[in-house]
Design a protein around this ligand. Structure first.
Ligand code: ADP
Length: 380
C-alpha cells in the first residue's frame, strides 16, 4: 500500500501542540519524507521546549505507524544549532543531530534525511588516501567511545578493502532476522557490519559504482543497528561515490579526518575536508596518526614524519584538532591479531590517547562545534 503525505498529515490532525493549537497547523512541521514504508518528518522547537514536545513526538510517531503500509516512523525534534546542540546518545530525536532551522509554515522546511531507527549520531571516519591508519583509528575510536559509556556500532563502508572483520577478530556470517534485516556481528562490544562478512575473502570482486552504492545502502538500511548512541562509519579512502552517497542517504552528525603528518597526506586530507563541506557534513576535527615514534626500548620520542603538521593545518583550516596517536609497534601488532589496543591494553598510554580523542569527539558532537560556519578554503 502506498503511503501518502496527505494520509500522514490527516493522521497527525488532532494532536495538540504544547504551545497551543494543533501540531499540523503550528508551522513547526517540516515536509514529510516517505521512502517505501518509512516516513520521517521533523518538528522545529526551541531547545527549552524539548521536554514538553517529547510526548508529542512519540504520539506523532505512534499515529504515523498506525497508517496501513507504514513500516517505520521517525519524528525528530530539531532546534537551532547554536541554542540546542545535538547530543550523542539522543535517539530518534534529531536524526544524526542535524538541525533544520525554524520552519515558518507547515511543509516549508526541507524534508529531513532519514536517520537510522534507534541510532543516535552517525559519524564518518575518513582519510584523503589509503594507508594512513584510518581503519585502525576508526576501530580504536569506536572502542574509546564505548569505554566512555556509549553504545557503539561500526560500519565498514570500505567495500573494496574491508578491514573491520580482521581488526575486530570477527568471522562468520550475519544472521538474517525475520527474512528481512541482518543482525550485525558483535566484536569487543561493538556491533559491526562489513561486506567482508558477506563475501568470501578470496572471491575476486569487480565492483561497479552503482553496486558499491547499493551495498552501502543495504548495510545502512537492512541491518538491525537499533539501540546505538553512535554509529562509526569507516569510510573508504579518498573522495568518491561512497562518501557522497553516504552523505546523501543518511544525516551524518560529523566527519573525523585521519591524516599522517606528511604534507602529501595533508593535501589529501584537505580534499576530504572540502568534500564533506560541500555536502554539508560538519567536520568534527582532524586526528594526526603515526604522529611520532616512541621507542619501546629507551622511551625516546622521534618525530619521523615531521610531527605537528595536522595540528597546524587544522588551525589554518579552522577545524578542531582532536589529538595525535603515535606510531607504535603494539598498535599495529594488536590490530593485526584482532585485539585493538584499546581492549588489549585498556589502561595503557596508547589506549589513553584514543580515549582522549573519543572524549573530544563526544564534546564536538554535543557542542555542535562542527557546525560553525566553515571558513573559505582553497585547494592547492
Ligand atoms: P587505512 O585504513 O588508512 O588504509 P589501516 O588502519 O589499515 O589504514 O592501517 C595501515 C597499517 O598501518 C596497518 O598495518 C596498521 O596496523 C598500521 N597502523 C595504523 N595506525 C598505526 C599506528 N598508530 N602505529 C603503528 N601502526 C599503525
Amino acid at each position: 500500500m502506498t503511503v501518502t503525505r496527505d494520509a500522514v498529515l490527516e493522521k497527525l490532525k488532532g494532536i495538540p501542540a504544547p504551545a497551543g493549537g494543533e501540531l499540523v497547523s503550528s508551522g513547526a512541521l517540516s515536509d514529510v519524507a516517505i521512502r517505501d514504508g518509512a516516513v520521517a518528518l521533523s518538528i522545529t522547537i526551541r531547545p527549552d521546549q524539548a521536554a514538553a514536545y517529547e510526548p508529542v513526538r512519540r504520539r506523532a510517531e505512534g499515529a504515523i505507524l498506525s497508517i496501513p503500509g507504514v513500516t517505520r516512523a521517525t519524528v525528530a525534534l530539531t532546534a537551532e544549532a547554536a541554542a540546542g546542540a545535538p547530543r550523542a546518545g539522543g535517539h530518534s530525536h534529531g536524526p544524526g543531530g542535524h538541525s533544520h532551522g525554524p520552519a515558518p509554515a507547515a511543509q516549508a522546511g526541507p524534508a529531513p534525511k532519514m536517520g537510522l531507527p534507534g541510532v543516535g549520531a552517525i559519524i564518518a571516519v575518513a582519510s584523503g588516501k589509503g594507508g594512513v591508519g584510518k581503519s585502525t583509528t576508526a576501530v580504536n575510536l569506536a572502542l574509546g567511545l564505548a569505554a566512555a559509556g556509549q553504545r557503539v556500532g561500526i560500519l565498514d563502508a570500505d567495500i573494496y578493502g574491508p578491514s573491520i572483520p580482521k581488526l575486530l577478530g570477527l568471522k562468520g556470517r550475519p544472521e538474517l532476522i525475520a527474512g528481512k534485516v541482518l543482525r550485525p556481528l558483535v566484536g569487543h562490544g561493538l556491533k559491526a557490519m562489513s561486506i567482508g562478512f558477506l563475501i568470501e575473502e578470496e572471491t575476486p570482486m569487480v565492483w561497479r559504482g552503482p553496486m558499491v552504492v547499493g551495498a552501502l545502502r543495504q548495510m545502512l538500511n537492512e541491518v538491525d543497528w537499533g539501540g546505538l548512541d553512535v554509529l562509526v562509519v569507516d569510510m573508504p579512502p579518498g573522495t568518491g561515490d561512497v562518501q557522497l552517497s553516504l552523505a546523501q542517504q543518511v544525516p551524518i552528525a560529523g566527519a573525523v579526518i585521519v591524516s599522517t603528518p606528511q604534507d602529501l597526506a595533508l593535501a589529501d586530507a584537505r580534499k576530504g575536508l572540502a568534500m564533506f563541506r560541500k555536502v554539508d557534513v560538519p567536520i568534527l576535527g582532524i586526528i594526526e596518526n603515526m604522529s611520532y615514534f616512541l621507542c619501546p626500548h629507551c622511551g625516546e620520542r622521534s618525530e619521523i614524519f615531521g610531527h605537528g603538521g595536522a595540528r597546524s593545518e587544522a588551525a589554518r583550516l579552522g577545524v578542531p584538532f582532536l589529538g595525535e596517536i603515535p606510531l607504535a609497534l603494539s598498535i599495529r601488532e594488536h590490530s593485526d591479531d584482532g585485539r585493538p589496543i584499546v581492549v588489549h591494553e585498556p589502561d595503557g598510554a596508547y589506549a589513553g590517547a584514543y580515549k582522549a580523542i573519543a572524549q573530544s569527539v563526544l564534546a564536538a558532537l554535543a557542542g555542535g562545534s562542527g557546525r560553525r560556519a566553515p571558513p573559505r578554503i582553497v585547494i592547492e
